[in-house]
Design a protein around this ligand. Structure first.
Ligand code: GDP
Length: 366
């Protein structure tokens, strides 16, 4: 029997397991334009269904790009570079040129220097083995920077196809909807969702007679903070508005808790300021270092929340990273959560984040 594909997303149709991708009931097989259960719900109820795709399946689908020629547009979440960067992109996309796009710039504080942010993104990609043609900052939701990016896409694609790639939750559906709306005036062409894991299939958007823009499946990355927390907690830690920095003046031997998902101990140094950039909804607690362990043990999920009860069940233990910061103006980045700027330097800190969630230092963006 020849393969039957979903007319909505292109996934291969199967009639055996309703929980797996591509399911359609046997009765639907009589129709000419068969669509999978997920696309059916999207079309009729405007509701996206989570489909349990394995990372390897997504990567295999993305691998198709290396066999074709075209421009690759990789979207990352500027609040979660490490969680949202696809490190195997170079291998998956072959020698095709890549544009790197940092989405969600609307939540960056106004004082962030865009040039520095772009330089940092370019360098961070390079560190992971990917040289990019150019870097852009956009807000897919607020329609900022999209026109400039569209022009660059047209320039770099050289009349070839365009593949938009990204991990789940970077805002890929929102971006594509915005692109379509800008060019055609159609609203909500692809449904977006708050939660990861909902973009599926290569969706084909014609650019001209010969070429198309393809929306590729969203890759799930295990180390994205988004996968460790409940839907409720994800809403709290994901900034929705411009992030307002919170400044703490700390003496050595004091600790900050970011909810209960991150922790910073000021081990040694002169009294210093710590400027915290996290979702405005995330509560930050200051305590003495000597009391910090007990606070965590006794109040995780209550005073120190998120995590809520559901998150606690799946949250890995906190992992410890110690840094000696000599330079002034350094950011300590908690991937997927936020960052702390240390303006003065010359201090030692110990930083905790759930195991698997990356913590790194960078030159301050402000
Ligand atoms: P996808 O999984 O990559 O397709 O991501 P979605 O388009 O479904 O977006 C994931 C989440 O990020 C949703 O809650 C969106 O509202 C949000 N989002 C997308 N683009 C932006 C943006 O430019 N700014 C902000 N603040 N949020 C965004």
């Amino acid at each position: 029997m020849s393969k039957i594909q979903c007319q909505g997303c292109g996934v291969e149709i199967q009639t055996t397991d309703p929980e797996l991708p591509g399911y359609a009931p046997k009765s639907a097989m009589q129709r000419e334009d068969i669509i999978c259960k997920r696309c059916f719900r999207l079309k009729h109820y405007n509701e996206v269904q989570d489909v349990p795709y394995h990372d390897d399946d997504f990567l295999e689908m993305l691998n198709q790009i290396s066999e074709n020629q075209g421009l690759v547009v990789q979207l990352v979440d500027i609040f979660d570079f490490n969680g949202s960067f696809i490190s195997s992109l170079k291998r998956l996309t072959g020698n095709n040129p890549v544009l790197l796009v940092g989405n969600k710039m609307d939540v960056l504080p106004k004082s962030v220097n865009h040039r520095k942010m772009k330089d940092w993104l370019r360098r961070a990609a390079k560190d992971q083995g990917l040289s990019v043609e150019d870097v852009f900052l956009i807000s897919a939701e607020k329609n900022q920077g999209i026109e400039e990016l569209s022009k660059a896409i047209d320039k770099y694609r050289k009349d070839q196809d365009v593949y938009v790639v990204g991990t789940t939750n970077v805002g890929k559906s929102t971006f594509i909807n915005t692109l379509i709306r800008n060019t055609s005036g159609v609203n909500e062409a692809i449904t977006t969702s708050y939660f990861p894991g909902t973009t599926l299939g290569f969706i084909d958007i014609p650019l001209d007679e010969q070429s198309s823009l393809y929306d590729t499946p969203g890759v799930i990355q295990r180390h994205q903070m988004a996968h460790y927390v409940s839907d409720q907690d994800l809403k709290i830690i994901t900034p929705r508005k411009e992030v307002k920095p919170k400044v703490f003046q700390l003496n050595e031997q004091q600790t900050l808790y970011f909810g209960g998902l991150g922790r910073l101990d000021f081990d040694a140094g002169e009294r210093s300021s710590f400027i915290c950039y996290f979702s405005n909804e995330l509560t930050i607690h200051r305590t003495k270092l000597e009391k910090a362990d007990d606070l965590y043990k006794n109040h995780l999920g209550e005073l120190l929340s998120p995590p809520d009860k559901k998150t606690i069940q799946q949250l890995p233990e906190l992992d410890k990273h110690t840094f000696r910061i000599n330079e002034p103006k350094i950011d300590i980045v908690f991937s997927g959560l936020g960052w702390v700027t240390v303006p003065e330097g010359n201090i030692s800190v110990t930083v905790y984040a759930p195991k698997g969630v990356k913590v790194s230092l960078r030159e301050s963006l402000i």
